[in-house]
Structures are given as C-alpha cells and as structure tokens.
Design a protein around this ligand. Sequence first.
Ligand code: ADP
Length: 930
Amino acid sequence: MTKSSEEKSADFFAGPGEVRALARTLDWGATPLGWPDGWSPALRIAARAMLDSPFPICLWSGPEYALVYNDAYRRILAAKHPAGLGQPGSVVWAEIWEGLEQQFAQVRAGGPPVYFEDARFVMARLEGGQTEDAWFSYSLSALYDEDGTVAAVLNISPETTARVRAEAALHIERARLEEVVRRAPAFMAVVRGPTHVFERVNDAYLQLTGHRDVVGKAMFDAIPEARGQGYEELLQGVLDTGEPYTGRGLPVTLERTRGAALEERLIDLAIVPLTELDGTRSGIIILGTDVTDQVRSHREIERARDRAERLQSLSAALAATTTPEQVAEVVVAHAVAAMGADMAMLAVRTPNEAGDGAEDLVCLRQTGLTAEVSSDYSSFPVSASVPTATSARTGESFFFEDGASIRAAFPQIPDVFDRLGMQSLATVPLVVGGAIIGATTFGFSTPRTFAGEDREFFIALGRQAAQVLERARLYEAERMSRVRTESLQHVTAALAKAQSMADVGHVFSRELTRLIGADTAWVGVVTPDGSVIEALGWSGYADGEAEGWRWLPVDAGIALTDAVASARPQWWATRDAIAAAYPARAALIRSLAQDGVAVLPILGAPAWDRETANERGTNGANPVATSEPEDRAIGGIVVGFRTPQHFDTDTRTFFLALAQQCSQAMARARAYEAEQAARLEAEAARSAAEAASQAKSQFLATMSHELRTPLNAIGGYAQLLEIGVHGPVTAEQKRSLERIQRSQRALLAVINEVLNYARVELGAVTYDLHPTHISDVVAEAMPLVEPQRAAKKLSLLVRLPDVAGAPGLQVLADSDKLQQILLNLLSNAIKFTPEGGTVIVELGDQMDDRGHAVLRVSDTGVGIPADKLDLIFEPFVQVGRALNNPTEGTGLGLAISRDLARGMGGDLTVESTPGVGSVFTLTLQRATDD
Ligand code: ADP
C-alpha cells in the first residue's frame, strides 16, 4: 500500500521542533511548493539540514520564493509565524520585498551570492502589523539541484539588531562623554609611552598649558618649563608601580601665554595608569583641576580671619594696659609676632626739652635696634628726615618693599637702615581724634610686598595703638596728678613740723629724695647780707660729696646761683646739657652722679604767708597775696636724678609748687624763730620786773614796819602828855595833843595798810580757809560801818536770800580776810555815795560760771569812769585824786582786797556807770558738805 502525500509529509517532517510540528499538519498542497514528496532531492536534503540547524536559516524555493524556515528563523518572523510557512517571499516580507526581490533574482539567475552586514530593514512583524527597525547580517546563495537548476535561495540570516542598537548607543554615549571631557572644567590628558606622548587633551588642559599644540609630542618637550618640578618622578612612579597618585593644591609653574612670564598655578591632580589587557601599562591619564583661585581666596579668607584675630587679641592685650610704656610694649610685640618684623619702634610726640615749642619724638618701645641706634633714637626731633618722624609730622603711611625704595624716598636718610640690615619697611602714624600723636615703624630684613590687607593691618594697628595710648596718657596724667597731690600734702605735713630753718632744709631735702623720687636734693638759703647761699640741708649724696657746697658765693656763676639771681627755674634733661651751658665747669658737672637736674629758686613768700605763719595754728580763709613781689629768690633747691629727665609742664608745675611749700615753710620758720627770740626777751624783762616789784614790796614792808615803832612811840608820849604826867596841859595844848594823836592814828592806819599790802604782795599772808556763813560775816561788819553810814544819812540794805539749792550758804574763806574785804567795799561805797543814797549788800541767787557764790556791794554813788575800772585795783590808785585835795585813804584797799579774794580762790571785779553807781562783785568758793 502506498502512502499518501500527507503521510509522506508527516514522515518527512518527523522530529523535534515547533516548525516541524507545524509542517507535519500543513496542507502543503495549497502552497506553491506542493507536498514534500514532490520536492527535488536537493531541496529535501537542504530542508532537513536547515531544520536541524540552531542558526536562523530559511529556503526560498521556486520562482515565488516559497518559504521554509527553521525554529531559529521563526524568532525573526515574530508575528508572521506561523502564517509565513510555505508562503511566497512577496507575501511574507511584503513591506521590504521591493528592495529584496532584485537580490533574490540575482542569486536565482546564477549570479554571485549576496552578503550584507548589519543591513537595516523596517519590518512589520510586530503583533498588529506594527513596524520596527531591524538589522541583519545576511547572505543569499543558490541551492542547486542535480540538473544544475536553482532549487531555492538559501538564506542565512542572523539578526544583529541588538548589537547594532548597542553599538549605536555606545557610540552616542562615547561622543557625549568625549564632549563632556572636552568641555569639562577639569583638565585631562592621556599620554602614552615612556616619554609621555600626548594622545589626547581637553580644552581645560590646553588652557592650563597655554593652548600649545601638544598632541603627539612628548610631555616635557611640549611643556619644557614643567621639568624639574617633581612631575617627571610622579609620572614615572605611577607607570612603574601602577599605583594611582592624587595630590591637592600642588604648585606648578607654567608659561600660560606664549612669551609671558612664568606663573604659578595650584592644581588638584590625579595620575591614573592605563593598563592594557595583558597587564602592561602603556600610558597615563592625567586628570585635575586648577584650584589656584579657590586656594588663593581660601588663603585670603584665612589671612583675613587671622588678621581679625590678631587685631582682636591686640585689642584684648591693650585693654589690660595702663601706662603708655605698656601700650607701646604690647603694640610692638603684637606687630612683630603678627607680621614677622625684625625691627620695631613706637615713638610719641612730646614737647622738647628746650621748651621752645618744638617737638621731639620719644621712643617708648623698640626691638631689634642696636644699642647705638637705640640710644641715638631714644629721642629725636619730629622735624627729622626719617620715615617715623615724617609720618608723625604729616600723618602719611610708608610701605617700602625694598632697600632701594627706602633710599629713593629718603635720600638723606642716615645709613641706619643699612646698618640694621633692613630691606623693607612699614611706617604708620598714630592718629587719634584727628591728631597725630606719634608713629610706629616696622622693619624687615628681607624685601617683601605689603599687600592691601597688610597695609590695612598696620594702619588699623596704628589707629588702635593711638587710641589706647591716649587713654593711657590721660590715665597716667590723672594718676600722676593724684600721686603728686598726695606727695605735696605729705611734704606740706612734714614741713609743718619743721620749726627752724635748718629743720626746713633737712626735712625738705629728705622728702624730695624719699617721697618725690629724686636721687639727690640740696636746699640752701641766701644769707642776710646777700653774699652767700648757705646750705640748709641735703639728701642722697655720697659721704662728703656735698661738703664743698656748704657756702656758695652768690656770684659763683653756677646754675644754682643763676637760678637764684634771676629767680627763674632751670630744667636740665642731661648733664651734657648743663655742661654745655656752663663750659667752665663742664669737667666737674660731668663727674657728678646726677644726669637730669631741676634747679629751683625759692621765691620770697608773699605777705599773707608771713602773716599766716605768725598766727601759728590758726587756719584762716585764703587771704589774697597783697604786697611783696615774688620775683626775689631767698634761696635755691637743686633736685638731681641719675637718669636723663623729661620735665614736662605738669612736672615743672609740681616742682614749683614744692619750692613754694619750701618757701612758706621757711617763712614760718623765720617767724617762729623771731617769735622765740621775742618771747625770751619778754621773759627776761618780766623776771627783771618781778625782781624789782619784789624789792619794792620788801622795801614797803621794812619801811612801814620801821615807821610803826616811832609812830607808836609818838602816840604813847602824846597820851602821857595829855593825861598830865608831865604837868598840867592847857586847853590849847590839849587840842594840839589831840591833833597830834589823830594824825598819829591816821598815819599808823596808812602804815598798817601799806604793811598789809606789802605782806600780801610778798605772799607772806597765810589763809585759814574754812566753811563760813556769809550772813555771819555781813552781820559782824554792819556795826563797824554804822557811824559812817549814819553820818551820811544813807540807806544800807542787806539781802541774803537762801540761795537756790543751797540754803544757809557757806563759803570756803578765811573769815578775817573776808571781813576785811567786805569792810573795805562797804566803806568805799559809803565814802563815794552822796548823802541820801543807798548801799546794798546782797547775795546772788545763782552761782557764777565757775560755781562760785556771788556777793555784791552796790551803791548809787559817783561811779567810776570806764577807763579807770582796771586801774582802781592797782596799788595807790585813787580816781580823781588831786594833790591839793587828798581823798581819805591810800589807794591800797581794792588792791589788797582783790589779792585776798584771789588768795582764797575767788575774785573781785567791778562794773560802774559814772553818776549812777558802782557794783563790786566778790566771788568765793562754796564750801562743799564734806
Ligand atoms: P581808798 O579807798 O583808800 O582810796 P581803794 O583802793 O579802796 O583806796 O579805792 C581806790 C579808789 O577807787 C578810790 O580812791 C576811788 O577813787 C575808787 N573807788 C573805790 N570804791 C568806789 C565806789 N564805791 N564808788 C566810786 N569810786 C570808788
């Protein structure tokens, strides 16, 4: 039994694969190919081989090119499978057939095979007939039958779409990358071989290296100036070891424009080896960034911060300073540390020593100067032609970056800067409140540039220093004036204790050295004859050193005598200055230990000072000086210092005030000495007078005693005659005898009184003091004056009230003496009160201010003129006594009475109005109860 074509087809397509499975069921009779049993043997063999191949292969048979394909080709057909099997080429690939038909025809006609690589087709093989690009490397070759006819076109057709697409993407990627690299801000170069021949470089690299034509050239031939900067070694190292290198901020010096000066750039750099597949290192990629501007601006920021910090720490350090010297020290130290200066000086303007209104610059602080230069420039005129002085004068700043520019600007500059080895210099003025108070200079031993910020730093430094200096100056001035005020007070206090001129000289010279800080002080005074200045005291000299200046003739022609003669002070900064002014004595002056000297005249104190001096201890208001011009010197003071001195206005004022204190102390001492002399004189006179008075009292006592004996005898004999012992006496004789006796009694009374007075005066009276009732004494006295009172028809009133708080008052008295006083006061009152008047004895109802009892005897009598009130207590004084009208009495009563009252611890005083009356007041100690 013969098999049908279908069965034979199934047999033919027996085997694995999807296409075979499809082919087994396909109705081949309906295709241009017909059933496989009808195919030529070549076609059948080729079809079998094709179906077994994993490579995409198909056969296009017959004039219609009917398609038979394998499983691998099925993926190329995509949506055209399974419909494509057995179909003509014009149907299967209708969309691209137009281009293909010619190629198929050429092969079928026996032409050469066709081969294309990566040919592009736009195929509608997607689901729904959508098109897509696809690439194929395909061949078309003829499959011959035995008879030499072409049975089919063999089409081997691997699809390369994925590779083509990938290659295209890669290409785009690479082009993009190259563009990025070319335009990158980072520079890049690829070099090859041991001499580093440039293979490619980007724009940034060209820019860095000055747009040179480097590609194809060895690196260090193309960029010769890069040799010797360490880069050859770096590249070689990377090639040798294969270790990439990275570095930051590396300096490289390049010619960035043809013919221009070399320029330093800073780069961040990576050097990476190019390693081949076989591990050899064929080249290097150089990759980097020019970071010059970043680094510089970063450094700039750092520097700015650094400067700000320095200025801040300067401010902090300055805040702790109090004296100008401290300020100068801090400023100099900071600037030297901050800027690395080798020399620095800070000088301030000061009125010069000569006092002619010109100014000096006084160096407050320096460093890095030689001893010689430092001494030359410790003080120099502000008019000097050096940068510091010019800056302090004009307010200009100077920044000299090398020695030549210093000399160009200051041609007549002394060679100090050369001697100090200074190559560059910065000088800024010290300016505060618009005033230039000095300048500061910093020197450097190498040339250097002063960038804008450096200059600003120095100028800011000058400004800060000036402010703080000014503050310190004010502070110092305030402190000095306080210290000086206190010193002046101390000196004044010390001088107040000086009584003699010698004391003044001694105390003053000692205080000058002890308190004022002078090293030596000498004080002298012009002798009364005006010929010599005599030393009053000195202090601080070596033993014997000042001996030769005990007496200095006023015409000696030395600074002291000149100052005294002209009454003008002299201020000498140094001994050289004095020596120059007194050349004749230069050798001596130079031999002295002192350097700076103030010579002060002691001016005559104005009149009020002498008055004040006379009233020692009184402290009156400030009288105004009236007479006596102060331009005459009474002495001189020499104040010496072992170091040079600058006597500024305040210091001068202070020293002149000290000299004035000395002058006043001298005036007081002179007045005191004069007063002492006067007192001694007065004491001598008084003791002489006392001796005379003693002699007088003695005489009175002796004489009255001697007179009493014959007077008593006269009285006695007169009585004997009167009573007729010597015979009868006539009435006439009797009257005479009575007169004799009356005269004898009167004379005796006088004599007794004189004797009494003399005794009291001689202190020969003794007091028997005991408590005594005043009322008793008054009661006893009354009868004794009764006859006199009655004769003058006077009222005599006694008022003895109980004294407040002391009823029945007792006084401490000698009752006989008290009686004597009371009788004397009563008889005077009666005697000097006209007829009809009144006399009152009364006890005061209060004690006086000494606590004494007060007994008053007052009358309405003639009174006593005010100018006689003191006199009546003197012995032998009787008011209104005329020679032709002798009043009764001796003028001794009140003198004796007051002596007695005082002898008992009391007193006797009087008040009186002429024509109205008198009041005598007797005070007596009260007897205390115990
Ligand atoms: P005598 O009374 O002995 O003269 P006194 O020493 O007692 O001496 O008095 C001195 C003088 O004081 C008197 O001469 C008289 O001028 C004046 N005198 C004293 N007491 C009174 C008085 N009560 N009124 C006026 N004058 C008086």
